[in-house]
Design a protein. Structure first.
Length: 175
């Protein structure tokens, strides 16, 4: 099978779907294979009967992002725990994820600030960029959600949005 028409010959970000609860395992195996991968994690406090513990869980369940070209496609697909590459809009080819969306995920997960995952699209609003504070450089849309002004960051190919509350003085509109 010729995969050169499936994935670009230049490196791009792609989303892969993993077996349930295999995200960390898959990411570690990909790194062992020297495949650049990214697993956005979120800290959460879990309560057991005798203690509380802070754990890191995947931000988007069953997804890992890989930065590859077509020569690495099969190596990724043959990794234990990888189910398939994510396609978009019914196409059979893997869908590249825009760099800006991956950068937004990296900005969000570098800070220990609360945010909310919304697993459906939110209607588009005004495009903004955060110009100061913990989310400096984050680009998204300004929305109103349950009466609060929030910034939504979309991961279009996964039909997922992330809501973050950002003070108005920290944002500017984009042209």
């Amino acid at each position: 099978m010729d995969i050169s028409n499936l994935i670009s010959d230049k490196k791009e970000w792609y989303a892969i779907y993993t077996r349930s609860r295999f995200e960390k395992n898959v990411c570690a195996k990909l790194l062992q294979k020297e495949v650049e991968s990214f697993l956005p994690l979120q800290k959460q406090v879990r309560q057991w009967s005798d203690r509380k513990k802070t754990v890191e869980i995947p931000l988007i369940k069953s997804y890992v992002f890989v930065y590859i070209d077509y020569s690495e496609y099969l190596r990724v697909l043959q990794t234990d725990g990888v189910v398939r590459f994510i396609t978009y809009l019914g196409k059979s080819n893997p869908a590249p994820i825009p760099d800006e969306q991956i950068n937004n995920l990296k900005i969000l997960t570098q800070n220990n600030i609360d945010f909310e995952i919304v697993e459906n699209k939110i209607n588009p609003g005004e495009k903004i960029e955060v110009i100061t504070g913990a989310f400096f450089g984050l680009k998204g849309e300004l929305v109103e959600y349950h009466g609060n002004k929030k910034v939504v960051v979309r991961i279009d190919h996964l039909n997922t949005s992330i809501l973050v509350t950002v003070p108005a003085f920290q944002i500017k509109t984009q042209n």
